[in-house]
Design a protein around this ligand. Structure first.
Ligand code: 8YV
Length: 331
């Protein structure tokens, strides 16, 4: 008899090539309908699976994990952020958690740069004019945005994505500033000509553009609080492609409404997929650009994420340490 394959339950539709490979390698249960699982369905899944493959849309909280069956030994998440998983409970239950770092860095940095340009140069507003039949012709004082060359960009979180953004931004003539738990290596700081700010407050008060690129953890929840957002310059813009929870979204909305912050580009929100209707109104007024969590949404990126998930599961099944372990921590 061939050895029994592990039961791998995948919560969302993944790229075809990934699903096919998973079917070949494991006893895989797919979600072809792509409807997010309810909490009850998630509980059912963790009761049965050897390996769960969730995404950011699944809330793997203590309630779900406390019902996990004895077979569940690995959660191989499809994505880099793991804030949708209760890591404390997973650790207590000895469940290994893996993610897919590295393969969505460049795509997310591209999208961050695109949002900076979209807000500063009013791209969504301009792109609506011709399809809406509202173009009366060129005018010297119409549709003016803000130049980004020569401005200061403050990056909150200088990990892989922060650094990839810095490289792009430098090529656009922005000067690079960053706040991080620690300095990046001197070689990288020199390459980027980056200025380190130990004090986030001081950096925020001086930047023309601020980009959030740190993970969401208990320590970064509302890192950009109402108090900190008020430190920003009135002509500054804020961009977030990390996680909605890092910014006090209600406070940001009020400050933009009041003209105390010029605008924002947001790809992530506190209560996804729900978006504060006041932010939606600001988008209609052209003051903010809102994207539906598209930072890593490329065909290539999603296949690479799936391949990482497969590598992690295979390593685990073969009795090795999966390479992208978040838990137990690799530190
Ligand atoms: C992914 C992301 O699309 O990887 C992440 O942390 O935010 C996204 O780019 C999503 O998480 C997939 O689960």
């Amino acid at each position: 008899m061939p050895p029994q394959k592990p039961l791998v339950i995948v919560t969302r539709k993944l790229p075809d090539a990934i699903e096919t490979r998973m079917m070949e390698l494991f006893d895989t249960r797919l979600n072809l309908a792509d409807t997010p699982l309810s909490q009850a369905e998630l509980i059912e899944a963790v009761k049965q699976a050897d390996v769960l493959v969730p995404t950011v849309t699944d809330r793997i909280d203590a309630g779900v994990l406390s019902q996990a069956g004895p077979r569940l030994k690995l959660i191989a998440s499809f994505g880099t952020g793991v804030d949708h998983i209760d890591l404390k409970t997973a650790r207590q239950r000895g469940i290994i958690i893996t993610n897919t770092p590295g393969v969505l860095t460049e795509d997310t940095a591209d999208m961050t740069m695109a949002l900076i340009l979209a807000v500063a140069r009013r791209l969504p507003e301009g792109a609506r004019v011709i399809p809406d039949g509202e173009w009366a012709g060129w005018s010297p004082t119409w549709m003016l945005g803000r130049r980004i060359t020569g401005k200061r960009l403050g990056i909150v979180g200088m990990g892989r994505i922060g650094q990839a953004l810095a490289r792009r931004a430098k090529a656009f003539g922005l000067s690079i500033h960053y706040h991080n738990r620690r300095h990046v290596p001197p070689k990288i700081e020199a390459e980027l000509e980056a200025t380190y700010w130990e004090s986030l407050d001081q950096m925020l008060a001086r930047m023309d553009i601020v980009s959030v690129n740190c993970p969401h953890t208990p320590a970064t929840y509302h890192l950009l609080s109402a108090r900190r957002l008020k430190l920003m310059k009135p002509d500054a813009i804020l961009v977030n492609t990390a996680r909605g929870e890092i910014i006090d979204e209600g406070a940001l909305t009020k400050l933009i409404e009041a003209g105390a912050i010029a605008g924002a580009g947001l790809d992530v929100f506190e209560e996804e997929p729900a978006v504060n209707p006041r932010l939606v109104r600001l988008a209609r007024q052209g003051k903010v650009v809102l994207l539906p969590h598209m930072g890593s949404a490329t065909h290539e990126g999603r296949v690479a994420m799936g391949e990482k998930v497969i590598v992690n599961i295979r390593a685990f099944v073969d009795g090795h340490k999966p390479p992208d372990r978040v838990l137990p921590s690799m530190l």
